[in-house]
Design a protein around this ligand. Structure first.
Ligand code: ATP
Length: 305
């Protein structure tokens, strides 16, 4: 009912984002006062983390629609402060892993018709279904494929979620995310209006705003969903450097479309049709004759020549 009072254009944008991408979902739920898809257990505790935690997926199965299972028993661990990268063909279930960690969906059966699954996802040994959804989301920063910008100033968009941090903090985050120089050159600098009704930013620029936001939020866990859009090689290197800054001393899950992003990962998972078919470090995987990863690497090397 609440939705009826929100301008339709705005709602359309939100709806699209909620459905398909990893965006600022918590903010969107607040805005829409949408009934959350999943509920906290009665008496659920807060997830409390002193620093970067260990994240573990144990035999996770998941289906959005009971007729079609998307993840068929995925297990991996991201040790505290390390980066695990997931690569694989489009539709293999990479973003679904991120959505589950962010608790957009739970890996449990709620009823026979809705999304369902089994297995366990834990953060420092705490099953994320047993702690509050809000505290899980508070611990995670997301750099989504396509960041939603609010129709407000670029500073508001960087500070979003932590307006009290102030201008100096926004500038520091923008510098670290390598978007400060770009902003300074805008007609009104940090006061420039962006979003649907303001200045449109490119995919790479929006991703930098999201990185700046994440740096400001300073969460112990970071999910980075790399944009699929093609970047020139200078931009690609820059985004990789910013990603490394955002992931420093954090437990990170990186969903990568370009293998050059994952070369340094602690572990790379190759996901095909919802199953991990290869796993290891870049140097191991790339030398596996006839391997899926080695094939993907060869293909990307030849297409970037
Ligand atoms: P890409 O590399 O293209 O981003 P991906 O590996 O991240 O793909 P997912 O977004 O996890 O893939 O999607 C995995 C499968 O789940 C796809 O077949 C997709 O159609 C399906 N899927 C994704 N979201 C939903 C949804 N909300 N409802 C039903 N099916 C969905």
């Amino acid at each position: 009912m609440i939705q009826l009072y929100i301008p339709l254009g705005f709602l359309g944008v939100l709806y699209r984002e909620i459905k398909q991408s990893l965006t600022d979902l918590d903010k969107m739920f607040v805005l829409l006062e949408k009934e959350r898809e999943i509920a906290d257990e009665p008496g659920a505790q807060e997830l409390t983390l002193g620093g970067p935690p260990t994240v573990r997926f144990e035999n996770v199965r998941f289906a959005y629609d009971p007729e079609r299972e998307i993840l068929h028993g995925v297990s991996f661990e991201i040790p505290a402060g390390k980066t695990v990268a997931v690569v694989g063909p489009s539709g293999s279930g990479k973003s679904t892993l991120a959505r589950l960690l962010y608790r957009f969906y739970d890996v449990s059966n709620h009823d026979d018709t809705g999304p369902q699954g089994s297995g366990r996802i834990s953060i420092n040994g705490q099953d994320i279904r047993e702690v509050t959804q809000a505290s899980v989301r508070q611990s995670i920063g997301i750099v989504p494929q396509d960041t939603v910008l609010f129709n407000d100033t670029i500073e508001y968009n960087i500070l979003y979620g932590r307006p009290e941090a102030g201008h100096e903090a926004a500038v520091a985050a923008a510098k670290a995310a390598h978007i400060h120089t770009f902003i300074e050159r805008l007609p009104k600098g940090y006061a420039t209006m962006v979003g649907e009704r303001g200045l449109k930013l490119s995919g790479g620029e929006k991703q930098r705003v999201a990185i700046a936001r994440t740096l400001l939020k300073n969460p112990p866990i970071v999910i980075f969903d790399e944009a699929t859009s093609a970047l020139d090689s200078a931009n690609e290197r820059a985004i990789q450097a910013e990603l490394r800054t955002a992931a420093r001393n954090k437990t990170s899950l990186v969903i990568a479309h370009r293998l050059s992003t994952v070369v340094d990962a602690h572990e790379i998972l190759v996901l095909v049709n919802g199953e991990v078919v290869e796993r290891g470090r870049h140097s191991d995987l790339v030398s596996r004759v006839g391997g899926v990863y080695a094939g993907m690497w060869a293909l990307q090397q030849s297409s970037s020549d």
